[in-house]
Design a protein around this ligand. Structure first.
Ligand code: NDP
Length: 397
């Protein structure tokens, strides 16, 4: 019986709230806080209608550490589940440290003024979390998140050593918009326009943004799609925690239409993250762009098709070479009919709920700051099957 405080009433926050409400035996009390109270109230109304569960709502600017500490001390949750933006990770970890509350997020910290994401800022909290006797679980979404757990599970049950890992993320859905992003547009575009990076033989190799591609034949009728190499944060922790990895890469599918729009927006300066003077004030072009693009949460009713995210691994077991593919397929329409959101928010929100459940049930509970692959993958894998993200494992020739 636990009280969870969810921060962030966006696409992912809505799924987390609905999924926690479906597991009242663990989440006996739910509070949803975000900058805009009306968004929390709209989600609370949907949760009430779909599950009968009441969730409390609060207005909070999560950049304000003192305000978050005051809220934590007033409502006394057992866990703070952060699905606001990566910019809020450090202020929220600071607040958890002050109030002595466990912490979970789905994306690593990014400084607002540099489009760069890495774990060093959050890993720097390890000792302080340990000394305080509280825990932080980092990256409990799908990728990062489930992809880390898939890899840990394969390492535990199927390999003596994994040598090559390719994480492949396919959105084969269509929302019918000329250009829209499936999660927060600012964070999404910052991520995609960065230089690519992968790990090989103990070193990081850089590539020009989206300059490398491959074709991958996705299962269950999705078929072949072009995938582009990108840097993704789970690579950073996996190469440290999965022993024997010689190469680790991350790939994502994009349609030609998406890439053409992105190229034009970049060429005209609309993806810039530095302030530019405009009519006597300063605006950041990518923030203005976000304001005119569709909200990810609004894509739910429009998106049709499926996502397929998985890990392709090659390594050895008992001296024999082996190749394994573990994946989940998620339907946009089914996610929408269950919780009113498209599959990108769904595939992030469900693992966030399961990560919180692991912590609150004591299955994953250790003071300090941890990545997903550092815990026993078995109970998490079992819960994926139970809570809407069933997975399939196939051995490839
Ligand atoms: P949205 O933009 O839809 O939602 C973000 C929410 O955070 C908004 O409701 C916003 O409130 C709130 N917020 C922003 N700043 C603050 C603040 N200072 N204080 C309080 N609330 C704030 O994004 P998504 O739901 O699509 O994404 C949420 C998170 O999930 C992101 O960090 C994203 O990177 C991560 N993610 C992780 C994935 C994974 O697989 N690991 C995949 C997809 C997303 P308001 O609307 O009032 O501005």
């Amino acid at each position: 019986m636990s009280h969870v405080l969810i921060i962030g009433a966006g696409g992912v926050g809505s799924v987390v709230a609905h999924k926690c409400a479906q597991v009242p035996e663990v989440f006996s009390k739910i509070t949803l806080a975000s900058r805009t109270l009306s968004k929390c109230e709209a989600i609370a109304a949907s949760v009430k209608e779909r599950t009968g569960v009441h969730i409390a709502t609060e207005a909070l600017d999560a950049d304000n550490v003192a305000a978050t500490v005051a809220l934590l001390e007033r409502i006394k949750p057992d866990l703070l589940l952060n699905v606001a933006l990566p910019y809020q990770d450090l202020p929220l970890m600071d607040a958890c440290l002050q109030a002595g509350v466990d912490y979970l997020d789905t994306a690593n910290y990014e400084p607002p003024d540099v489009a760069k994401f890495e774990y060093k800022w959050q890993w720097a909290y390890r000792e302080r979390f340990q000394q305080k006797g509280i825990m932080a679980l980092l990256g409990s979404g799908f990728d990062p998140g489930v992809t880390n757990v898939f890899t840990a599970w394969a390492a535990k049950h199927h390999f003596d050593e994994i040598h090559q890992l390719d994480i492949i993320d396919c959105n084969a859905g269509d929302h019918g918009q000329a250009f829209a992003t499936n999660f927060n547009p600012e964070i999404n575009i910052r991520e995609i326009t960065q230089r690519g990076r992968y790990f090989e033989h103990g070193e990081w190799v850089e590539t020009d943004p989206l300059s490398w591609s491959m074709n991958f034949d996705f299962p269950e009728g999705i078929g072949p799609k072009k995938c582009y190499l990108m840097f993704h944060e789970e690579l950073e922790s996996l190469v440290q925690n999965i022993k024997g990895l010689k190469r680790a890469r991350f790939w994502m599918t994009f349609s030609e239409q998406y890439l053409t729009h992105l190229r034009v927006l970049e060429n005209v300066g609309m993806t810039r993250i530095d302030p530019v003077p405009y009519q006597g004030k300063e605006i950041v072009p990518i923030q203005f762009l976000k304001a005119v693009l569709p909200e990810p949460a609004s894509l739910g009713p429009l998106t049709k098709g499926r996502t397929c995210i998985g890990c392709l691994m090659r390594g050895v077991k008992n001296g024999q070479e082996k190749q394994l593919y573990i994946y989940n397929i998620c339907s946009h329409e089914e996610a929408f009919s269950e919780v009113g959101s498209q599959a990108i928010s769904y595939t992030t929100g469900v693992p966030a709920m399961i990560g919180a459940k692991m912590m609150l049930e004591g299955k994953w509970q250790r003071p300090g700051v941890w990545n997903m692959e550092e815990f026993d993958p078995d109970p998490f894998m079992a819960d994926l099957n139970r809570h809407g993200l069933p997975w399939t494992v196939v051995e490839l020739p």
